[in-house]
Design a protein around this ligand. Structure first.
Ligand code: AMP
Ligand code: MG
Length: 417
């Protein structure tokens, strides 16, 4: 199981910046190291366990990039046209090729191996065939339209490093190398539960003052997109003993426990007390909006992150706190989220020393520039604001105001999870 050391945590004090909070977690989380072998067809989204050096060059042999006629670059027409005898034909996949002699051309197709003696290919669109001869124009560069062996990836090239989260194109590269399976880090196991007396699961009877739990299914979906194996622990009542019991049960068998709700400082927010009863609490008030209260703790060596209950706060703090933690636990490289510059169409005021995320839609303005349109309402409980927008504009700690026309950084939901 992944371990989290429990030394020297900061309590109380001023709000912690997102960067500081993530740094504290990252420094204390040890990535899972168990490796398993998966078929290439199951490797998408998994974390590569070992570096891969090219076991063969790509392409493996020199071949034609076009359909046309292969000739020797030393006998190209110098001026005007010149007719070459067509000496044969070579298709993709062909073997046992005849040699191309000076003054001869060989009919060739895309991907076919270059015959000995030939190093240049005329595109079929540029030539004229007359009986058993082909008329070639002057002016082609020797070596044109040929893909030399290894031009894509040379033999031994360090093609992919351990920690890469495999994408379809990465799996394609492994296939091009002839690999049938890959060593990957085992999926991390994450237990998820919601807290709150007001919550019921969809499908259950809902009393007048209750609402359906929407965070749990969202957080589980986000975790799965990050490659986690997710265990659904349902809803836990707002009760210290119940929370402590649920936490104890989840620890040990999981690499991470994720909860939502109950982390504020109201007397009905029992996660803090539950964590203190079951393990050790590290609580910080993070300088992030929507978000702010995010709890962290360690229950029997298993890290816990307690997200706020408001759906938008849960979503935003997942992206900025849980995502980096999950990637660190998964042994995956943490690539920084790079906001895309777009033009703000809105004015905005914010407090200094706090990072804020504004829900926006993107649209192409009349002058062709991408513009961010702010969702009209700001509440952290507005689930529709996440559904009806494209992503988040990130406003850094030092920003206090945005004016229309200003360039701001945009993070698309599609890139966040
Ligand atoms: P809390 O963080 O527990 O104080 O909850 C803040 C707000 O989020 C309250 O209005 C809760 O009803 C709501 N909330 C908490 N958990 C969930 C959940 N799992 N699904 C939907 N709303 C929630
Ligand atoms: Mg609550």
């Amino acid at each position: 199981m992944a371990q989290l050391s429990d030394d020297c945590f900061a309590f109380g004090g001023p709000m912690m910046s997102v960067e500081e909070a993530v740094g504290i977690i990252a420094a204390r989380v040890t990535g899972v190291e168990e490796v398993e072998t998966v078929a290439l067809t199951d490797a998408d989204g998994r974390v590569l366990a070992r570096d891969i050096a090219a076991p063969l060059p790509l392409p493996p042999f020199t071949n034609s990039a076009v359909d046309g006629y292969a000739v020797s670059g030393s006998t190209l027409p110098q001026a005007g046209e010149q007719a070459f005898a067509i000496a044969g034909r070579v298709q993709a996949g062909a073997s046992a090729l005849a040699r191309v002699k000076p003054g001869e051309a060989m009919r060739i197709f895309t991907g076919a191996p270059m015959p000995d003696g030939a190093d240049t290919v005329f595109m079929q669109e540029d030539v004229r065939v007359e009986n058993d001869r082909v008329v070639l124009p002057a002016g082609l560069r020797p070596g044109a339209n040929v893909r030399p062996a290894g031009e894509d990836v040379p033999l031994g090239y360090p093609a992919m490093q351990a920690g890469r989260r495999l994408r379809p194109q990465d799996v394609a590269l492994a296939a091009a190398f002839g690999l049938t399976e890959l060593g990957v880090i085992r999926r991390i196991r994450v237990a998820v539960f919601s807290t709150g007396n007001e919550l019921v699961s969809p499908g259950e009877a809902r009393a007048a003052a209750q609402l359906f739990d929407s965070n749990r299914v969202m957080l589980m979906a986000m975790l799965r997109r990050l490659g986690c194996e997710v265990r659904d622990l349902g809803i836990v009542r707002d009760d210290r003993a119940a929370l402590a019991g649920a936490l104890r049960k989840a620890a040990g068998a999981h690499d991470l426990i994720l909860t939502s709700g109950g982390v504020s400082t109201g007397e009905e927010d029992h996660v803090k007390a539950g964590v203190e009863a079951a393990g050790k609490l590290v609580l910080w008030r993070m300088a992030i909006k929507p978000g702010r209260p995010v709890a962290m703790g360690i229950i029997g060596g298993t890290p816990l992150i307690g997200l706020p209950g408001n759906p938008v706060a849960s979503f935003v703090t997942f992206v900025h706190v849980v995502r980096p933690t999950v990637l660190a636990l998964s042994g995956a490289q943490l690539l920084p989220l790079v906001p895309m510059p777009v033009r703000a169409s809105f004015a905005y005021r914010k407090k200094i020393a706090r990072r804020e995320y504004v829900r926006v839609n993107l649209r192409k303005a009349d002058d062709g520039v991408l513009e961010a349109i702010k969702f009209p309402r700001e509440g952290a409980g507005l689930l529709s604001s996440l559904v009806d927008t494209d992503g988040l504009v990130e406003l850094g700690e030092q920003v206090t105001a945005v004016e229309p026309g200003q360039t701001v950084g945009f993070l698309a939901y599609a890139n966040l999870i």
